[in-house]
Design a protein around this ligand. Structure first.
Ligand code: 5GP
Ligand code: ZN
Length: 120
């Protein structure tokens, strides 16, 4: 698995070659608003490392996966999701064609905000 994939749109977003509305960045993670939001709040959390999907993650990625998961509730509140339990948010990681994955760089969708949503 390479660190970046020159043909990957999310790798290009991390590199700033494709513009995005950034939510968060550190040494290993990046988060940005989805271009086609389903919900009032809808952003994506991705690792800077090009991992095609969660099905490709191994034990060496345990820490990374944990940090991605723990970042979601922090950024959800920061981006305007209402607090648990009346508010909350949804975390989704589509995996493979039958899982509905279109961009093959692992990502968490984080969606929230008042209902109704466009989808989901
Ligand atoms: P998937 O279907 O792979 O789980 O989700 C990919 C998501 O990436 C979609 O919700 C889509 O709207 C979003 N997306 C695709 N291309 C771009 C882009 O160039 N910029 C941003 N901000 N989001 C994108
Ligand atoms: Zn990538």
């Amino acid at each position: 698995m390479s660190v970046t994939d020159e043909n990957c749109i999310f790798c290009k977003i991390i590199a700033g070659k494709i513009p995005s509305r950034k939510v968060y960045e550190d040494e290993e993670l990046f988060a940005f608003h989805d271009i086609n939001p389903w919900a009032p709040v809808h952003f994506l959390i991705i690792p800077k490392l090009h991992i095609p999907s969660v099905a490709h993650a191994t034990s060496e990625h345990e820490g990374l996966l944990g940090r991605m998961m723990l970042l979601a509730p922090k950024l959800a509140l920061q981006e305007g999701c209402n607090p648990y339990p009346e508010g909350g948010f949804r975390i989704v990681t589509n995996t493979g064609a039958e899982g509905g994955q279109e961009v093959h760089h692992m990502h968490w969708h984080v969606m929230g905000g008042p209902r109704p949503w466009l989808r989901g």
